[in-house]
Design a protein around this ligand. Structure first.
Ligand SMILES: [Zn+2]
Length: 290
């Protein structure tokens, strides 16, 4: 494709056609390469994403450089997204470095403050041709240093969603509907009746956070109700780390990173393909992303 693309068009087309683009949180070069390999093989559009913690760990320039090489070599459209950012300065720094999508997470603030902060980011990002995602309600669980307890997790109100999207102009929208970050203890308790109301009231593509471990039928239902993007983070980290642990269990003296990174990449690629199958984006790279 040549260069990283904004995910706005990608997600609008996904919602309009009833499938979801999978967005994978990557933390190392090998994880990035593995999901790109998977998407290339599946001919699926791809969103690479990093948390604020990973941006601080690797530096935005290194991440952008690696993603740009992937975009240059791949035949599929690839976007690079900053996940759950509360820090305006860091967000602008990532846009300047070359991210093509950012999430401003001001969901911990009162409604008016969330609107104000989100609208400000939308204004700046639109001028740079960069997609924006924002959240309403509170997704439970742990995402880097954002910790939301079960009691504090709050579902998005459908009427507030309409007002929020209209007033902020945000092109992609993450309503909290009962999913959580991390691995679920039981089954997630997704408020499908609320999601359906939001789907009918809000026209922009919706985003499913906490995509690790949601049963397949529930993912499909979410996608059918406008969730044009599904985030997968925890499960991918576990697949990567477990493959490495397995190598060290068999050979505690292994000291060649290439030896344990190969199975780790394979595990990530396999999981990525399964998730793409689930959201229905396989073979969709050829769609026209306006
Ligand atoms: Zn999230």
């Amino acid at each position: 494709m040549g260069h990283l693309v904004s995910s706005t068009g990608m997600l609008e087309v996904a919602r309009a056609n009833g499938y979801g683009v999978t967005a994978f949180n990557v933390h190392t070069l090998e994880m990035l390469q593995a999901v790109v390999d998977a998407a290339e093989e599946a001919q699926a559009p791809l969103i690479l994403q990093t948390t604020v913690g990973t941006v601080k760990h690797l530096g935005p320039e290194y991440i952008v450089a690696a993603a740009q090489v992937a975009a240059k070599q791949a035949s599929i459209p690839i976007a690079l997204h900053l996940d759950h950012c509360t820090d305006y300065d860091l967000l602008v720094q990532c846009i300047r470095a070359g991210y093509t999508s950012v999430m401003i997470d001001a969901s911990m603030h009162p409604f008016e403050e969330n609107v104000r902060r989100t609208a400000e980011v939308v204004r700046v990002a639109k001028a740079a041709g960069v997609n924006v995602e924002a959240e309403l309600g509170k997704v439970g669980g742990v995402e880097d240093d954002i910790i939301v307890s079960e009691e504090d997790a709050r579902l998005a109100d459908p009427q507030e969603c309409v007002e929020f999207v209209e007033r902020t102009g945000v092109p992609t929208f993450a309503p909290a509907i009962g999913t959580a970050h991390g691995i679920y203890k039981g089954e997630p308790n997704i408020a499908f009746h609320k999601l359906e109301q939001i789907y009918n009231l809000v026209q922009v593509p919706l985003v499913l956070h906490g995509g690790s471990g949601i049963p397949a039928d529930q993912v499909r239902r979410c996608v059918a109700l406008g969730m044009g993007k599904m985030n997968v983070a925890t499960e991918l980290r576990i697949a990567f780390s477990d493959a490495i642990k397995h190598i060290f269990e068999q050979n505690p003296n292994e000291n060649d990173p290439r030896k344990y990174m190969v199975p780790a990449k394979e595990a990530v690629k396999k999981l990525a393909l399964e998730k793409m199958q689930l959201t229905g984006c396989i073979g969709r790279a050829k769609d026209a992303f306006i």
